[in-house]
Design a binder for this molecule. Sequence first.
Ligand code: AMP
Ligand code: MG
Length: 661
Amino acid sequence: MPPDPKPTKRAAAILDAVRRAAQQEQFLEVVSAAEARRRFAERIDRSPLGGESLPLAVALSRVLAEDVVAPVDAPPFDRANVDGFAVRAADTIGASPATPKLLVLNAEVIACGVDPVIEVMAGNATAIATGGVMPRGADAVVMIEQTELVEDDALPAIALRRAAVSGQFISYAGSDIARGETLLRRGTRIGSREVGMLAACGLATIQLVRRPRVAVLSTGDELVEPGRPLRPGGVYDSNGAIIAAAVAEAGGEAVPFGAFPDDEAQLEDAMRRALDSCDMVVLSGGTSKGAGDLSHRVVSRLGSPGILVHGVALKPGKPLCLAVIGEKPLIVLPGFPTSAIFTFHAFVAPIIRARAGLPPEAARAAHARVPVRIASELGREEFVLVSLIAADNGLIAFPTGKGSGAVTAFSQADGFLAIDALASALDANSEAEVTLIGETERAPDLVIMGSHDIALDVVVGALAERGFHARTIAVGSLGGVHAASRGECDLAPVHLVDPATGVYNKHLLAPGLALVPGWRRMQGFVFRPGDPRFEGRSADAALQAALADPAILMVNRNAGSGTRVLIDGLLRGAKPAGYANQPRSHNAVAAALAQGRADWGIAIEPVARLYGLAFLPIAPEQYDFLLVEARRDRPEVRQFLELLRDEPTRARIRALGMEPG
Ligand code: AMP
Ligand code: MG
């Protein structure tokens, strides 16, 4: 069809937008990460902010601005540690059950808070409670259990059955905290223990480093505030929340500004307000090359010195933009969540920590073997998030396999490794240095690698209730088979049919591996309820209808998945429209159908139901576990196998629509 010579106004506007979207706005200049840091460091003040005097009640997690010197002793006096009697040790020499020593009691009982008045003279004792002030003359305390009261109306006494040494059961003044001692150093982050020490010294207000106020903004027309319904094409503003939390973790005070549409005027107004009221501004989104690249345009108008870096040769995180306005750092993070949080930790968190008075975070690293090849882009230093697994001969690092758009990649990773800008890949079985992130969680007790299933979460949850921590890494059935045969996991959940026999999973057995039955999941033909082309038909008839009409779009599955083997069996060589669309999970298939991107697909029943889709059963699929025999006797493996047979667990699996066994 020849192009319309006089396009309508609306069509012209659309074409204009398309042209703009296709235009590749170039980064000013892409620099190395080290160069980016250097330029930024040159222009910003990293010294701790001043101190402010605040009540102890708000001191938790804050940083001390000054050394704290103890103004008093703790305990403030020599203190009895047991209930008993204050005595002179010299009087007790030779005391034994056979030859008890008689000590005459003074007419005083020293309870807590009592200031004693009577001196303990030779041959005397004074009753004293735990925490009581030692009276003059006494140098030891004897336990009440070692004494017998000798009742005498005129002169009550005790018979002591054991000798005491000088200093026995006494805490001396200042033995805990000595007056004049430096109790806590500036830069210390205050936890509950520090709060206790400060209170013990009677300090009600302390000097704390003012926390840097960090404005957190997001931009994107698609962003929806958590708590509101997701509209079509919408995405929750997760960066705003994670960055605010990470600011607090780094010792800053996050000031959430919220999410803004990609509108330069609105964004500029918000950024100016943020610069006025805060010490630092962090914006995420609107920074990638191309149409949406408005953040750096806004930043370039805010003042001098302005943008120092726009484009860093690292992955993830290339579109990072570092600026200083007046004295204040302003950072634009890439919108993709993993990129955003990665660059936040690399470039922003260290500044917040420094200004908050905290020492730099000590980088913790571990050595690990990487069993798989990781491709990498030439010319960019690439950081790959990995999960760590303890193997017999050291640590193994597995890429988490989630792209920079993933929200979970960072939280599921134990660390990251770097691939040099000059390398195009990290070869399989390379040794690598892994920089650890987050709190060191204990190594998992059980490693499960293979195909993921929602019922697996039930078993792993039950395992957690028994105190075992399992890590599941979704690498697909075939990935699981490889991991199990290399001994990199304890169990590999698989569901692969042998095309020759139609039998599930048995053909995957190899020496050193056993097959443990899991559960059956019904696979079927899935479509939107009410679709007249499929409604009321059998699965087979629905499939024939789908194949007969070229306007009907399918959604396929990834090669290597058990479901794909089933699909190819059903299609017998046919490649209907949509065949090339190959998402990696049942959920993605269901979402494509529910949102109208495709008309039919093959998925398991529980997932189809979860998305409110219609389901026509085709065949049950067996989901089993390949067990690495060498690990069968580990207690956590035995627990897992026991849970597979446990009736309450099986009932919960059944409730999800699976049939155990
Ligand atoms: P951008 O940097 O604006 O081009 O965004 C790149 C990608 O990150 C897009 O898929 C955005 O939807 C996503 N993204 C941007 N901002 C956020 C945010 N605040 N929360 C979650 N995802 C975001
Ligand atoms: Mg955007």
